[in-house]
Design a protein around this ligand. Structure first.
Ligand SMILES: Nc1ncnc2c1ncn2[C@@H]1O[C@H](COP(=O)(O)OP(=O)(O)OP(=O)(O)O)[C@@H](O)[C@H]1O
Ligand SMILES: [Mg+2]
Length: 420
C-alpha cells in the first residue's frame, strides 16, 4: 500500500521512436485554482527540446515549444497524458490494490503499471526508470481470469497483505477501457487479453474477435486477434499495435485518443463535440495521409452503423505515431448491440446532418469532409452493406460464436432504420 500523499507534480517520460527505453520529456504540475478548479500545467524540459530526436506528445495541443501549456479540462489532465492512464478497469484494480477509493488524477497515473498505451510514462524521479521487462505470459491467464472474476464480484478482501490483493499488481494494466483485461507477452509480442464477464449476455470475446474479422472483410484496417481457451473459457488476445518487438525490448508508438483530438471530455456538455465529421477534419490536419485516413474513418463510421456498435465513443478511436508521422490507428473494440429500436439507433458520435443517427443518408450527408465524392461514398456504403448482410453470420460462426449467441446478436446487423 502506498503512503504517499496525493501527488501534485510528476515527470513525464517518453520512449522516442525506435528506442526501447525512455527519456524525460517534461514536467506536469496539477494545481488547484483559488476557485477550487483543477489546473494542469505542462512544460517540456530544456534538454528534451535540445534533443534532435525529440517528438511532440500530442500533435495538436502539446507541440514542441518552450511555452508552459495549461489546461482546465478533464480535471486538469492533458488529454494526451490521460490517454496513457487507466480507465474504469485499471482504476478499479488500483483502488483495490491501494485500499483507497478516492485517488487524485495524478495518483492514478503514478500508481499504474508501465504497460500503458502509447509512448509516455510518469514518475517522481527526473530520470526515468528502466523499461518494464517482465510481463504476464499466456500461461498465467487462468489465474488472472479468476482474479478478474473475484474483482468483478467484489470478492477480494480489504486487506493489503492478502495474497489476492498482492496479485492484483499482476492483473493491473494501465490500458484504458471498462472491460476486464490484462496485458500478456506471447511469442515475443505484447497482447491485450480481454476476458468474458460472467454476466455477459453472450460470448463477448468471440463476438469481438468476429467483428474485427468482419471489419477486415469490409476493407477496414484492424488490430489482429485470436482466441485462447483457458480453463474452458475464452479469452480474446489482441496484438498491441503500439508496441513492436526489438532485440532488447519493445519500441513504443505514441498514441492519442479521438477524445483528445476532439479536445473533448466524457461529460455530457462536452459531448456536443463528439463527432466523426469533426474528427475527420482534425485528422486531416494531423496525419501524413489525410485522404487515406479520412476515408478509413468513413468506413469505420459506416461499419459501426451497420453492426449497431453504439459504443463507438471517441476513446475507441486513436491516432498513433511509430516514427514522426501520425496516422489513424487500426480499428479496435468493435461490439454489436442488438438494441430494440428498429427505426432509429444513435451512434456515440455525430455522423452527419442528422446528428448521431446510424442511417445511410445521414452518413452520406457529409461525404466531402471525408474527402470522398458522393459517388465514392455511396459505393462504400453499398459495398459494406452487402458484405455485412451476406457474411456476418458465416463470419461469426466461423469464429466459434454459438448458434444461440449468433441469434442473440442478429438484430444488431443492418437494422431497418439504416435504410430509411
Ligand atoms: N490492439 C491495441 N493496441 C494498442 N492499444 C489498444 C489496442 N486495443 C485497444 N487499445 C487501447 O486500450 C484501450 C482499451 O481497449 P478496449 O477499448 O478494447 O477496451 P474496453 O474495455 O472494451 O473499452 P470500453 O470501455 O470502450 O468498452 C483503448 O481505449 C485503447 O487506448
Ligand atoms: Mg474501448
Amino acid at each position: 500500500m502506498t503512503s504517499r500523499a496525493s501527488a501534485s507534480e510528476c515527470f513525464v517520460y517518453i520512449t522516442l521512436p525506435g528506442q526501447v527505453s525512455a527519456v524525460t520529456a517534461g514536467k506536469f504540475v496539477l494545481a488547484t485554482t483559488a476557485r477550487g478548479d483543477a489546473l494542469g500545467r505542462f512544460i517540456y524540459g530544456r534538454s528534451y527540446l535540445a534533443n534532435r530526436d525529440a517528438v511532440e506528445i500530442d500533435p495538436l495541443e502539446l507541440k514542441l515549444s518552450t511555452q508552459t501549456y495549461e489546461t482546465a479540462q478533464v480535471n486538469g489532465v492533458f488529454g494526451a497524458l490521460r490517454d496513457a492512464g487507466p480507465d474504469y478497469w485499471g482504476r478499479r484494480v488500483i483502488e483495490k490494490h491501494t485500499g483507497k477509493t478516492q485517488l487524485g488524477e495524478l495518483d492514478y497515473l503514478l500508481e499504474s503499471p508501465d504497460d500503458r498505451a502509447g509512448a509516455v510514462g510518469f514518475g517522481l524521479n527526473n530520470v526515468p526508470p528502466a523499461p518494464r521487462r517482465k510481463f504476464n505470459e499466456t500461461l498465467d491467464l487462468e489465474r488472472l481470469q479468476l482474479l478478474a472474476d473475484a474483482l468483478i464480484r467484489d470478492d477480494i478482501p480489504n486487506d493489503p497483505d492478502a495474497p489476492q490483493v498482492q496479485d492484483l499488481l499482476l492483473l493491473g494494466t494501465s490500458m484504458g477501457g471498462a472491460r476486464p483485461k490484462t496485458v500478456v507477452q506471447d511469442d515475443g509480442e505484447l497482447w491485450i487479453a480481454k476476458f468474458n464477464r460472467s454476466d455477459d449476455r453472450w460470448n463477448n470475446t468471440r463476438v469481438e474477435h468476429a467483428m474485427l474479422r468482419l471489419a477486415r472483410e469490409c476493407g477496414i484496417r484492424t488490430a489482429e486477434s485470436r482466441i485462447e481457451t483457458i480453463g474452458g473459457r475464452d479469452v480474446l488476445l489482441v496484438t498491441r499495435f503500439d508496441r513492436e518487438t526489438a532485440t532488447n525490448g519493445y519500441t513504443r508508438a505514441r498514441m492519442v485518443s479521438g477524445l483528445t483530438i476532439l479536445r473533448s471530455e466524457e461529460s455530457a456538455t462536452m459531448r456536443t463535440r463528439w463527432s466523426y465529421v469533426i474528427l475527420a477534419e482534425e485528422l486531416r490536419r494531423i496525419v501524413a495521409e489525410p485522404r487515406k485516413d479520412a476515408q478509413e474513418l468513413f468506413r469505420r463510421m459506416c461499419f459501426n452503423a451497420l453492426i449497431s456498435n453504439i459504443d463507438d465513443h471517441p476513446r475507441n478511436q486513436a491516432v498513433i505515431a511509430k516514427e514522426r508521422e501520425w496516422k489513424l490507428s487500426p480499428a479496435y473494440d468493435l461490439t454489436p448491440s442488438p438494441v430494440i429500436a428498429q427505426e432509429r439507433r444513435d451512434l456515440a458520435m455525430d455522423c452527419g446532418d442528422l446528428g448521431r443517427y446510424a442511417n445511410a443518408k445521414n452518413i452520406l450527408s457529409q461525404h466531402a469532409r471525408f474527402l470522398l465524392e458522393r459517388s465514392e461514398a455511396e459505393k462504400i456504403v453499398n459495398d459494406m452493406q452487402k458484405q455485412v448482410g451476406s457474411t456476418w453470420y458465416e463470419t461469426v460462426r466461423s469464429c466459434g460464436v454459438s448458434e444461440k449467441d449468433a441469434d442473440a446478436i442478429r438484430a444488431a446487423f443492418l437494422y431497418p432504420g439504416f435504410f430509411l
